[in-house]
Design a protein around this ligand. Structure first.
Ligand code: HEC
Ligand code: HEC
Length: 407
C-alpha cells in the first residue's frame, strides 16, 4: 500500500511537470547555461569538462546512482539547489508529498540539474544514462534554507558533509579492497594524491591513501599559491584536479610529480582563466551575528600578535607568509616539523612542505589543518601552545579562539 502510494506520488509529480510546462523550463535553463558558457561561475557549477569518461565510462556510477534514494544521497552529503526546482516540486516537497525513499526522485533531481556538483543525463524513458561531476561537488554547499541539505548554493564553501570515498565505493567497477579503503576516508575529506585518471586508466600514485580536508576556496585573492603545500597558483591546481582527479578531457603535466596527461581536444585549459576570475571573486563569509564575543576577540587579537606569536607566520593581509620569500614566484614554506603536523602528505606533494594556511572563514570550516587533526579552534590553539611551549593561560586561549572565530 505504502509502495503503491509512493510510486503514484512520483508519477503524479512527473505528470505535474509535463502539465505545468516543465519542458519549457528545461529549455530556458539550458539556454541560460549556454549563454553563460564562458562565465566562470557556470564553469565552476556546471562544467564536467567531459569527465563522464571517468564517472560513467570507467566507474559506471550512473548504475548505482539510479538506485540511490534521495534520503541516502543527502546522507552522504550531496546537496540540492532549491533554485533549480520548479514550483510544483517545491510545493510537493513542502506538503511532504515527495517520496524521499524513491530512487526515481533522485533521477528526477538530476534531470532538473538540481544536485550540486553532479550532472546527469536522463533519456526519454527516464533512465539515467550518464553522470559527471563539477568543481561544485566538493567546493560548494547549500544554506539549508529549505531543509537540511536543500537550499541556496554557497559557492566556495567546502562541502564538509560530502563523503566522496563512500560515493565512489558504490562503483561496480572497482575491486573490493579499493572500495574498503575508500570507505575509510569519511565525510569532508578527499585524497587528491592517491590516483590520477589519464583518460583511459586510473593510475596509482601513492598508497595507502591519506585523505585530507576539502578546503573552502573563498578569500584566495592575493594569496598567490594554492593548496596546503603551495604546489602552484590556482590555475595550476584547477588543471591538476580538473584533468587528473575529476577526469576531465584535457592536458596536465608536472615533471615534479612525474605526471603527464595529454588529451585533445583539451576541454580544461581554455576555461582556466574564467574559472580563476570566478574563484577570486568569492568572498569570505562574515561570521554569523552573535557567533563570537567581540571584546574577547579584541583581546585575542593582541595574544595572536604578541604572546602567541601567530602573526610571525600568519601575516596580514591574508594571514599567510607564503609570499614573504625573496622571490614572488617561489613560495615561502615550512617544514612539517616546524608546525608539528603530519609530514606524510607533504612528502607526496611537489614541494614537500606546508604553506601557512591563510586564515579565513574559520568559523565555517572545522576541522583544521590539512588532515583535520584539530577538531576545533581550541584544539588548534592547544596544538601550538604545546609545540611552541607558549604557556598561554586558559583565559588567553579562550580569547584567541574568539579572535579566530571572527576572521
Ligand atoms: C573530489 C573533490 C574535489 C573536487 C571535485 C575539486 N576539488 Fe578542489 N580541492 C580538493 C581538495 C581535497 C583540495 C586540497 C588539496 C591540497 O591542498 O593538497 C582542493 C584544493 C583546491 C584549491 C586550493 C585551496 C587553497 O586553500 O589553497 C582550489 C583553489 C580548488 N581546489 C579549486 C577547485 C576547482 C576550481 C575545481 C574544479 C576544476 C575543484 N577544486 C574540484 C577537492 C576537490
Ligand atoms: C611557524 C609558522 C606558524 C606559526 C607560528 C603559526 N602557524 Fe598556524 N599554520 C602554519 C602552517 C604551515 C599551517 C598549515 C599546517 C597544516 O595544515 O598541516 C597552519 C595552519 C593553521 C590553522 C588551520 C587553518 C585551516 O583552515 O585549516 C590555524 C587555525 C592556525 N594555523 C592558527 C594559528 C594560530 C592561532 C597560531 C598561534 C598560536 C599559529 N597558527 C601559529 C604556520 C604557522
Amino acid at each position: 500500500m505504502r509502495l503503491i502510494g509512493a510510486a503514484s506520488t512520483v508519477f503524479a509529480l512527473v505528470l505535474t511537470f509535463v502539465v505545468s510546462g516543465f519542458g519549457q523550463a528545461t529549455t530556458a535553463h539550458q539556454a541560460e547555461d549556454t549563454q553563460k558558457d564562458r562565465d566562470g561561475r557556470a564553469i565552476f557549477r556546471f562544467d564536467t569538462f567531459g569527465d563522464e569518461q571517468l564517472w560513467t565510462d570507467v566507474l559506471r556510477m550512473h548504475e548505482p546512482i539510479a538506485t540511490v534514494d534521495p534520503a541516502t544521497a543527502l546522507a552522504v552529503g550531496l546537496k540540492v539547489d532549491v533554485d533549480a526546482l520548479p514550483p510544483a516540486i517545491i510545493a510537493a516537497l513542502r506538503a511532504g508529498q515527495v517520496d524521499l525513499t524513491s530512487p526515481a526522485v533522485t533521477t528526477e533531481l538530476l534531470r532538473l540539474n538540481a544536485v550540486v556538483g553532479v550532472k546527469g543525463a536522463v533519456n526519454e524513458t527516464g533512465r539515467l544514462t550518464s553522470v559527471g561531476v563539477t568543481c561544485a561537488l566538493c567546493h560548494s554547499t547549500v544554506d539549508n534554507s529549505f531543509a537540511k541539505g536543500i537550499g541556496k548554493r554557497l559557492d566556495g564553501w567546502a562541502n564538509l558533509d560530502l563523503n566522496v570515498g563512500a560515493i565512489v565505493a558504490l562503483s561496480p567497477a572497482l575491486p573490493d579492497t579499493l572500495k574498503a579503503e575508500l570507505r575509510t576516508w569519511g565525510p569532508g575529506k578527499y585524497d587528491p594524491r592517491h590516483h590520477a585518471f589519464d583518460g583511459t586508466n586510473l593510475i596509482p600514485l601513492n598508497t595507502p591513501s591519506l585523505p585530507i580536508v576539502i578546503p573552502s576556496i573563498y578569500g584566495l585573492k592575493g594569496v598567490g599559491f594554492e593548496t596546503y603545500s603551495a604546489d602552484g597558483p590556482i590555475s595550476y591546481w584547477n588543471s591538476y584536479v580538473g584533468v587528473g582527479q575529476m577526469g576531465g578531457h584535457g592536458t596536465f603535466s608536472d615533471p615534479r610529480l612525474g605526471l603527464s596527461i595529454t588529451q585533445t581536444p583539451d576541454l580544461v585549459t581554455p576555461k582556466l582563466a574564467a574559472l580563476l576570475d570566478y574563484q577570486l571573486s568569492l568572498r569570505v563569509p562574515d561570521p554569523p551575528e552573535g557567533s563570537y564575543d567581540k571584546e574577547a576577540a579584541a583581546r585575542g587579537k593582541h595574544v595572536f600578535r604578541s604572546e602567541a606569536g601567530c602573526a610571525t607566520c600568519h601575516q596580514s593581509p591574508n594571514f599567510t607568509d607564503v609570499l614573504s620569500g625573496p622571490s614572488r614566484t617561489v613560495p615561502f614554506l615550512h617544514d612539517p616539523a616546524d608546525v608539528g603536523t603530519d609530514p606524510a602528505y607533504a612528502a607526496r606533494t611537489a614541494t614537500g612542505k606546508y604553506r601557512t594556511t591563510p586564515l579565513r572563514g574559520l568559523w565555517q570550516h572545522a576541522p583544521y589543518f590539512h588532515d583535520g587533526s584539530a577538531p576545533d579552534l581550541l584544539a588548534v590553539v592547544n596544538h601550538y601552545n604545546q609545540l611552541f611551549a607558549l604557556k598561554l593561560t586558559a583565559a588567553q586561549k579562550a580569547d584567541l579562539v574568539e579572535y579566530l572565530k571572527s576572521l
